[in-house]
Design a protein around this ligand. Structure first.
Ligand code: F6P
Ligand code: MN
Length: 345
């Protein structure tokens, strides 16, 4: 024994006492195996015939890259051989049924942030696993608290697997020679209070009042009477932003805004916000729309979008506090008559 803990041995131990543990472990192993192949393909990129160029439009009207299509096929193929009742993928309109009698359903974003391929910037696979309910479709509409495991893989300088299982979050790195994931960080805890934020600032003119107020306070820092001077990061890749938060805290915001197609935010509830929220909470962080805890929300449609604010507890709490002081103007659109009140005053 060399003291290395492989994903397989970790899963064996961590799934021993959870319901349908063997099935949960098998699904995670299947996703990890596909991720190892996908990591090699991404690393080769154009040398392997994937360029990151447009491959078509997916069922929801999003542009697909050639690599999105390949990643979807790889993940589906892997999950078809696992104990999975149905899979909902970002790349298909409806869940696909595999083994109706199996205990688990999976929601997956096979390759999040694929637009980053041509820039050689990190992208990833996000997954969410939940027990199958009485009927398959309604399983996906249960709140995020129904998830029994979730996580994501980052294809970056290293291939990293973040796993939320058994109420904790552990991090693995791919050993490229042995082709297996090895445990590198256990029971990760997100810093409670870190002055770093991430948001696509080019959307500022569309933001609602509470988001604008929070970011303005961050930018003003101690010169504006605040408690801290904030740093800003924006990678444009949800998996990379999430891994950074696990490493050094901070908050990430992809809020709803005034544009008609952003009324519900940008990110998808089932295979982006729910799994990230489980990771954040099980690592001691938080995830909210600004008004509601993400994990308590259930989707009404498979590809429903949701505003996502996540990360260090203190940051998420401060943002929620600003929202609380402001009445939403409409159902999900709280901009026009916002009475500005500061975070630190
Ligand atoms: O799938 C969504 C995504 O690629 C995320 O990884 C990222 O957070 C977001 O889009 C960036 O979107 P935009 O560049 O449009 O702000
Ligand atoms: Mn995505």
């Amino acid at each position: 024994m060399d003291g290395r803990v492989t994903l397989r041995s970790h899963l064996k131990q961590s799934t021993a006492h959870i319901p349908h543990g063997a099935a949960v472990g098998a699904v995670i192993e299947a996703i990890a195996a596909a991720a190892i192949e996908l990591a090699a393909l991404i690393a080769d990129g154009p040398l392997a015939g994937v360029t990151g160029q447009d491959g078509g439009i997916n069922s929801d009207g999003d542009r697909q890259k050639d690599i999105d299509i390949v990643a979807d096929e790889m993940m589906r193929h892997a999950l078809r051989g696992a104990p999975v009742a149905a899979v909902l993928s970002e790349e298909a309109a409806l869940p696909e049924t595999f083994r109706p009698e199996a205990y688990l359903c999976v929601a997956i974003d096979p390759l999040d942030g694929s637009a980053n391929l041509e820039n050689n910037i990190s992208m990833g696979t996000i997954f969410s696993i939940r027990p199958r309910g009485n009927d398959i479709l309604s399983t996906f509409f249960e709140p995020g608290t129904a998830q029994c495991a979730a996580g994501f893989i980052v294809y970056g300088p290293q291939t990293t697997l973040v796993l939320a299982l058994n109420a904790r979050v552990d991090i693995f790195i791919l050993d490229r020679r042995a082709l297996e994931f090895l445990l590198i960080r256990q029971a990760v805890q997100i810093a409670c209070d870190t002055p770093e934020f991430a948001i696509n600032a080019s959307n500022r003119r569309h933001w609602h009042g509470p988001v604008r107020a929070y970011i303005d306070e961050c930018l003003a820092g101690t010169s504006g009477g605040g408690e801290a001077d904030f740093n800003m990061r924006w990678i444009g890749s949800l998996v990379a932003e999430s891994l950074r938060i696990l490493a050094r805290g901070g908050v990430f915001l992809y809020p709803a805004d005034a544009r008609p197609s952003y009324r519900e935010g940008r990110l998808r509830l089932l295979y982006e916000a729910h799994p990230m929220a489980l990771v954040m909470e099980w690592a001691g962080g938080a995830a909210s729309t600004g008004r509601r805890r993400i994990l308590e929300l259930g989707a009404k449609t498979p590809h429903q979008r949701v505003p996502l604010i996540m990360g260090s507890v203190r940051g998420v709490r401060d943002i929620a506090a600003i929202h609380e002081r402001t009445q939403p103007m409409f159902d999900n659109n709280d901009a026009p008559l916002f009475a500005r009140r500061g975070l630190f005053r």
